[in-house]
Design a protein around this ligand. Structure first.
Ligand SMILES: [Zn+2]
Length: 243
């Protein structure tokens, strides 16, 4: 009997903080006092921001998402900006070093680190992140994870190789075409910017996703249903661009 009580106490001690953490990620609104809504997009922050500027910023995020064939425009997406250290700790958890985070399939809420919303910039320790990685990019990238996750389904989504998961989110988040000739030349020359480990950028993944979508005319749904290993994807792209 005593052992059962101890086991129950241990289980509760482990599960209670997890349940509290999940509740915070699903309903963080009370910790974010400032809010604006524009159609299906909501922006929350713990610091005041300009309403008109934030609405045009949300319109830009919406424009990028609309370009994705799998955006069915159903339901709300909420963006939370955690400027204070303790809020960032609370919602970024093991992703504390990241600029943005998405917890698909737990919630559609996405979280962005300290930002200057009025100037469309995310702040990092080195200073504001320069364009094209603007606040609109970070927000659209994180919401794109929800859209692609919902299209693929949770199990398939988490089994997808990183080049498809992050490449598709960046393809939607940046919403601009890549220069194949230039990037493939740089890839062949081992440009560090095209190595996600060295640069911290998803440029290589976006190049690959762009190849299948814009050059081979695959749909995003087709790409998400075909978890092709990265070496095979790269071999196909390089073969198509052999002089
Ligand atoms: Zn991502």
């Amino acid at each position: 009997m005593r052992i059962r009580h101890i086991v129950t106490a241990v289980v509760l001690a482990v599960l209670t903080p997890i349940a509290a953490g999940v509740a915070v990620l699903m309903h963080p609104q009370p910790a974010f006092a400032y809010h604006v809504q524009s159609g299906r997009l909501s922006l929350f922050s713990d610091k005041p921001f300009d309403t008109e500027k934030s609405k045009s910023l949300l319109a830009e995020v919406d424009r990028r998402l609309r370009l994705a064939s799998l955006d069915h425009r159903d339901g709300e997406h909420r963006i939370f900006v955690a400027n204070s250290y303790w809020r960032a700790r609370l919602v970024f958890l093991w992703n504390f070093g990241a600029g943005g985070v998405n917890y698909y399939p737990l919630t559609r809420n996405v979280f962005i680190r300290e930002s200057d919303i009025d100037n469309d910039r995310v702040q990092r320790t080195a200073g504001p992140v320069p364009p094209p990685r603007t606040f609109a990019y970070y927000a659209a990238h994180e919401i794109a994870h929800s859209l692609t996750g919902e299209a693929a389904g949770p199990l398939s989504y988490h089994r997808l190789p990183a080049w498809i998961r992050e490449g598709a989110a960046d393809y939607i988040g940046l919403a601009e075409k890549v220069d194949f000739e230039d990037l493939i030349e740089r890839l062949r020359a081992d440009d560090p910017e095209l190595d996600p480990k060295r640069s911290g950028l998803y440029l290589r993944y976006r190049l690959l996703v762009s190849f299948f979508l814009d050059h081979e005319h695959w749909s995003l749904e087709q790409l998400l249903a075909s978890p092709m290993p990265q070496p095979e994807a790269e071999a196909r792209m390089l073969a198509a661009f052999t002089n």
